[in-house]
Design a protein around this ligand. Structure first.
Ligand code: ARG
Ligand code: ZN
Length: 887
């Protein structure tokens, strides 16, 4: 149900009261309604006459009847905001076509025809950044999911595969470089200052993988020789001033290419691989065949301007888009409900790659932290959906942490149950069976079943049921064995009141606290609502270590004594389980403290556990740095909501923030000596030392604790670190802490940072972000002032996110008691929606969490959502998110 049928406003909302699909009430698309397209389009020829303000496109489509579809005498070509200048069929101009809303519908009587359509667009006016648009004087495209229809009329759906030939021409001085998918077939000059290029992509592809770039670009080039000995020219295209920051991207690409050959047996299939960096981009990057288009944020990196985390993100996104060449391009999706087929699988592939490059334990912890911060709240809120959704109004809203990250976890579970080798047999079969097809999630699951020899009948529920399962653990000792009872409960989610028990694989071990020994690892696969598993004991005082390595994306509820958690935090042989025990200790204490319950000894136990982590000589600093991070406030909201004796408690952002700051201060002062010693030791490590990254990570953490326990000392330490830094990680880490302090060092260093990096957009984004994220008591006023800064622009998504996404993720600011934070985000949504709906809609979900928040703030959040809902002409994107959030 949506807001029109249940007015949430007591007076009713007259303008939302009618039920017909209007621009206000875009229709719902259902997965069940999938039908094959009646026509095939074996070839597509496109001619572009390029100009920033006017681009003319002549599209020539060979169409023929699809024998596998219900026949039709009409050809429906999708459009979005475009009009046809002319339409010809088999060389004859026709005028019996009609517009049906945005689409062009053309009667076609025969079995095969050639359809030619001319359109004209203004890329400079394209602020949505979907289709063909202008960015920094260049032209580029973004077509996934439904952007191609903003360029020309076409069956813009992923199951229509076509072979493309593209001719581009335009002014040579303005666009010296002309790029498209596939291989360059020919090029030449027109003699009038314009030039042209022809490109041919031999691989049939859906329209969402089309790409074109025209601009003044230079490349960092480096060949890659594939396993079968083919040479591939790889280019990273950027503006001249950015060339020095592209080595890491090129090296990451080469490493990804090698890794996919070795790990999944996948070889690249063209002689050319182009990546172009663009500063105006809605998302991270796009896997267009042979011509990836990237947000500059995931290409440019050097030590002076990018943090260690930025380097990792570049490597991860380069790998992700490269891996799509097989999981996405060679095998694409039948329809957009299958999005997780390519995204979930490709995220898993990029995670496994990064684990191999940088170490499994730390990468796993990072990925789980992201899942818990972004996906768990989604699964517990009004926007919850299965990894394969059943319906949508606007597909852009389903590029979510659920489809991507939970999708990856679901496939990871298959891998855990099959083991690496059998899983590889499954993926080999998938690639072999479906190469060249537009496939479904069901096709993938069947290939893994057949290839890996698994029965995934019940496991398929992971594709259809939303919500994070909760697994309860209890045990009893029986002689020299232990009986572990596991029970599961999958919470109700929108449209899914009743759930069936899922298949939940859990790696576990039973340790002996008395003997300080660790037990052997088992894998328990929970398939029923409740089930008992029996294992031998290895000694007295058993402590269960469960969901080791985070084998299943579930919430484990166990009533472990604090001593047991302390034991696991110090001794578990699984690094993830150690991290988890510490997190659980902190969550238990902080939720109790925020709820006004006594958590006697909780703080002292955490301080001691921290001391042990700081002193543990077996840990490297990269891992120590992870263990030192307390659970995020968003994660704590999730833990607090629904807790308590009656299970009806709401999250109290103010109380959680205060409790967490208190704990940070207690750790900072309780472990002051150890933290100082750690800092001094880490400070001696040089940037390029293999231990350098870990050292920088723990230094940043030490500053965080110092800021909470001794702000004056922290200001001094951070200013010193800032002044001496020879890299962005140290500089940003120091400035982040300074930004939250009321100290003279704050303004001086912020000004210095701005002056130093003025003109470097990605670094100026950091300057906005670290202020918007800061713990400063005046953060709201500061963000309001930053929105007026000359470098702020609402037209650039990176800049918008750098200020407002950061702010929405700053609980102290966003959840300000008087609702000023909510109002600021709602104002932004209303202002941004007409300019860039896709990006505007992303800001709805923080407000949508109102149901889990205490009543005063909840009312303020809901009122802002209602205010947005009442606006005229909301985009499909924002309308859908707001109406679901109010349901
Ligand atoms: N396929 C891209 C990726 O994950 C994301 C493109 C999303 N685009 C969009 N407009 N929603 O690599
Ligand atoms: Zn992707």
């Amino acid at each position: 149900m949506d807001i029109a049928t249940t007015p949430t406003n007591p007076d009713g909302n007259p303008e939302l009261a009618d039920a017909a699909p209007t621009p206000h009430r875009p229709p719902v698309i259902h997965r069940e309604d999938y039908r094959p397209f009646p026509w095939r389009v074996p070839t597509t020829d496109l001619a572009f006459e390029l100009g920033i303000e006017k681009t003319r496109i002549t599209a020539t489509l060979a169409v023929e009847r699809n024998p596998d579809a219900e026949p039709s005498d009409r050809l429906r070509l999708n459009g979005d905001g475009i009009t046809a200048q002319s339409v010809t069929v088999d060389g004859e101009a026709v005028n019996d076509w009609e517009m049906d809303g945005p689409d062009l519908v053309l009667p076609l009587a025969g079995d095969a025809h050639t359809v030619e359509i001319v359109t004209e667009i203004d890329p400079s006016a394209n602020t949505q950044l979907m289709g063909l648009y202008a960015s920094n004087g260049m032209l580029c495209t973004q077509c996934e999911a439904e952007g191609f229809r903003r360029i020309t009329f076409f069956p813009d759906r992923p199951d229509v595969l076509s072979t493309y030939r593209v001719r581009m021409s335009g002014p040579k001085e303005q666009f010296p470089i002309l790029l498209c998918n596939g291989n360059r077939a020919a090029e030449g000059e027109n003699g009038d200052g314009t030039h042209w290029a022809e490109w041919h992509d031999p691989w049939p592809k859906p329209s969402y993988l089309f790409a074109l770039v025209a601009g003044d670009l230079v490349a960092n080039s480096g060949d890659f020789t594939t396993v079968s000995g083919r040479r591939v020219e790889c280019n990273i295209w950027v503006r001249r001033e950015d060339l020095a920051r592209t080595d890491h991207a090129l090296e990451s690409l080469h490493r990804s290419m090698r890794w996919d050959e070795e790990t999944f047996g996948r070889e690249y299939d063209l002689d050319l691989y182009n990546i172009v960096a663009v500063s105006d981009f809605n998302m991270g990057a796009m896997e267009n065949k042979g011509l990836n288009v990237f947000n500059t944020k995931y290409v440019l990196a050097d030590k002076d301007t990018a943090t260690d985390g930025d380097f990792d993100a570049v490597e991860g996104v380069i790998a992700h888009e490269y891996f799509h060449n097989w999981s996405g391009n060679r095998i694409t999706c039948r329809d957009w409900f299958q999005l997780s087929l390519k995204e979930g699988f490709t995220v898993l592939r990029d995670q496994l790659f990064s684990q191999d490059m940088r170490g499994e334990a730390v990468k796993r912890i990072e990925d789980v932290r992201i899942l818990r911060a972004a996906q768990f709240p989604e699964d517990a809120g009004p926007l919850a959906h299965p990894i394969r959704p059943d319906s949508y109004r606007e597909i852009s809203n389903f590029y979510t942490a659920t489809v991507y990250n939970k999708g990856a976890e679901v496939i990871r579970m298959m891998r855990s149950m099959a083991g690496e080798e059998r899983f590889r047999k499954g993926t080999d079969l998938y690639f072999e069976r479906h190469d060249g097809e537009a496939a479904t999630c069901e096709d993938f699951v069947r290939a893994i079943e057949d290839g890996a020899g698994l029965d995934l009948t019940q496991f398929r529920l992971w594709y259809s049921q939303a919500g994070t399962p909760r697994v309860r653990v209890s045990h009893e000792v029986a002689g020299d064995g232990i009986r572990i009872t596991l029970s599961q409960q999958v919470p109700a989610t929108p449209g899914q009141a009743k759930k069936q028990p899922m298949v939940i694989p859990l790696r576990l071990a039973v340790h002996s606290k008395a003997n300080e020994t660790t037990g052997t690892e088992h894998i328990a696969v929970l398939t029923e609502a409740e089930q008992v598993f029996e294992y031998p004991l290895t000694g007295p005082d058993p402590v269960i270590s469960i969901n080791r390595g985070f084998t299943a994306p579930v919430i484990v509820e166990r009533e472990l004594a604090r001593d047991d958690l302390v034991f696991l935090a110090a001794h578990d042989d699984d690094p993830f389980a150690r991290y988890e025990a510490l997190q659980e200790l902190a969550v238990d204490h902080l939720v109790a403290a925020a709820s006004g319950e006594t958590s006697e000894g909780g703080e002292a136990a955490l301080v001691e556990a921290f001391r042990a982590i700081l002193a543990d000589g077996t840990l490297d600093d990269a891992m120590r740095g992870e263990l030192m991070m307390l659970p995020s406030e968003t994660y704590l909201f999730e833990a607090m909501a629904g807790s308590g004796a009656t299970g009806t408690r709401k999250a109290d952002p103010g109380a959680i923030h205060a409790a967490r700051e208190r704990l940070k201060a207690a750790i900072g002062s309780g472990c002051a000596e150890e933290l100082d010693a750690l800092y001094d030791r880490a400070e001696e490590v040089a940037f390029d030392d293999p231990a350098g990254r870990g050292a920088r990570k723990v230094k940043a953490q030490v500053l965080v604790y110092a800021a909470a326990s001794d702000p004056a000392k922290a200001a001094e330490m951070a200013a010193r670190q800032y002044d001496r830094a020879d890299n962005m990680t140290d500089r940003q880490g120091a400035l982040m802490v300074l930004a939250g302090l009321e100290a003279p060092e704050r303004e001086e260093r912020l000004a210095d940072f701005y002056d130093r990096y003025r003109g470097n957009d990605l670094v100026i984004d950091k300057w906005f972000t670290l202020q918007a994220l800061s713990l400063h008591p005046q953060v709201i006023a500061q963000v309001e002032a930053l929105a007026q800064h000359r470098d702020f622009t609402i037209r650039n998504p990176n800049r918008v996110r750098s200020l407002y996404m950061a702010f929405a993720g700053n609980p102290q600011g966003f959840h300000a008691q008087d609702g000023a934070g909510y109002r600021m985000i709602a104002d932004l949504i209303l202002k941004l929606d007409p300019i860039n709906p896709q990006t505007a809609a992303r800001f709805v979900s923080p407000l949508g969490r109102w149901r889990r928040i205490e009543p005063k703030r909840a009312a303020l959040m809901k009122a802002e959502l209602e205010r947005i809902a009442e606006a005229d002409n909301l985009s499909r994107d924002t309308y859908e998110q707001v109406s679901r959030s109010l349901d």
